[in-house]
Design a protein. Structure first.
Length: 141
């Protein structure tokens, strides 16, 4: 089962991030970064990816940016390398972005899904609150 990290914002908003490789980051690349509000890196990598196609056109070339008779070229290899890099470092970049936006790491958990990790955090938080209430009541006696 994967490991997850739960982050909490001062306004009680929770975000759950999986440790390790991001398959969604690999497939959607720069758009995944932009979706998770990692604007600077996502924009830079998007522009670099486009520039690669202009600098290293495929062997058959392009007409107005539209491939014809497209064969695998250097730009394709470089863009695949960018996608793999986003898959490897994407969750780390997401954690860094959350910390910069004021989120605090509150919980580490092994769970089958992000929703299960969130539920386990909420259950443990509620259980800790019940224990604190019990201790406070016993002290008042």
């Amino acid at each position: 089962m994967p490991d997850f990290v739960v982050f909490k914002h001062p306004d009680d908003n929770l975000q759950v991030v999986k440790d390790g490789f991001s398959w969604v980051g690999l497939v959607f690349g720069q758009f995944w970064l932009l979706y998770h509000r990692i604007y600077l890196i996502g924009s830079i990598l998007f522009i670099i990816g486009i520039v690669f196609y202009f600098l290293f056109p495929s062997p058959d070339g392009y007409i107005l940016g539209i491939p014809y008779g497209h064969r695998f070229g250097v730009a394709d290899i470089l863009n695949i390398a960018i996608a793999i890099g986003i898959g490897v470092a994407g969750n780390f970049l997401r954690v860094d972005s959350l910390r910069k936006r004021g989120y605090v790491q509150v919980f580490d958990i092994t769970a089958p899904t992000a929703d299960a990790a969130r539920a386990r955090y909420l259950l443990s938080r509620d259980r800790d609150a019940d224990n604190r209430d019990f201790i406070d009541k016993s002290v008042d006696l």
